[in-house]
Ligand binder design. Structure first.
Ligand SMILES: Nc1ncnc2c1ncn2[C@@H]1O[C@H](COP(=O)(O)OP(=O)(O)OP(=O)(O)O)[C@@H](O)[C@H]1O
Length: 227
């Protein structure tokens, strides 16, 4: 993100950061701009100035659907009238013309997210955590170079959250996808992220390898985040 500026609710965001590596955590206090940061990458927010580059290409003016990203947000946006298998299938083909191989990939993604046998059910019949895992399965089948996650495991109980974190790491290693994940949990950052982008007041106040950024005494904002 090259000198990106955005005005929102009386606040000016200014983001200038280069990201690389496997899993990057976007951390910071409530209201620091984490979700806005992901929305800029995804294309749901358009900067007033500056450029956003993905895989080296300027995507600043590209529609969200044309960007090389898949997303899992807090509200997982499943379509209520489509069963879980079709919701996942949308990640492969938005027109839902699916081949036998596509169906196999859907079943595999459901199995990997602990939802084997759920394919025929409607989202309304699943728990919040199950719906979130279905949204994760849909992101998995998309195979885009970037995976953007906004507190993806927030609705899950602690055991399941650990399991999904492990799954995320495994899938990242298998596919080489670059994960950018918003989280407000220090232990999640330490366990999963290779690098951290730390935000305060709509700007990046620190970014780099996790063990360097999460050191105490570096910044008061980071100490507060660590608790
Ligand atoms: N569409 C909008 N209009 C006005 N203000 C906005 C808008 N979107 C975000 N903001 C403001 O921008 C700031 C950053 O919001 P954002 O949701 O990115 O923070 P966050 O770090 O993700 O917070 P949280 O951890 O609480 O989800 C907040 O002060 C918010 O009120």
């Amino acid at each position: 993100m090259d000198n990106v500026r955005l005005d929102r609710g009386g606040q000016t965001f200014h983001i200038d950061v280069r990201m690389s590596g496997s899993i990057t955590a976007v951390a910071g206090a409530s209201g620091s701009g984490k979700t806005t940061f992901l929305h800029l990458i995804a294309g749901f927010e358009t900067p007033r100035s500056g450029r956003i580059l993905l895989t080296g290409k300027d995507v600043t003016d590209l529609h969200p659907a044309d960007r090389p990203v898949s997303l899992v947000f807090q509200d997982n946006n499943l379509f209520a009238h489509l069963d879980i298998a079709r919701n996942v299938g949308l990640g492969i083909n938005p027109s839902l013309r699916l081949t036998a191989e596509d169906e196999r990939r859907i079943d595999e993604a459901l199995a990997r997210t602990g939802l084997a046998g759920y394919g025929g059910r409607l989202p309304g019949t699943l728990s919040g955590g199950e719906r979130q895992r279905a949204a994760f399965a849909r992101a998995l089948v998309r195979k885009r170079p970037y995976l953007l996650l906004d507190e993806p495991f927030a609705a899950l109980d602690p055991g399941l959250r650990l399991a999904m974190g492990d799954l995320l790491r495994e899938l990242q290693a298998e596919t080489g996808v670059m994960v950018v994940m918003v989280t407000h949990l220090p232990d999640e950052v330490e366990r999963l992220a290779e690098r951290v982008v730390f935000l305060a007041r709509g700007t990046v106040v620190a970014s780099g390898p996790t063990d360097e950024i999460l050191r105490r005494g570096m910044l008061p904002e980071i100490d507060a985040f660590m608790g």
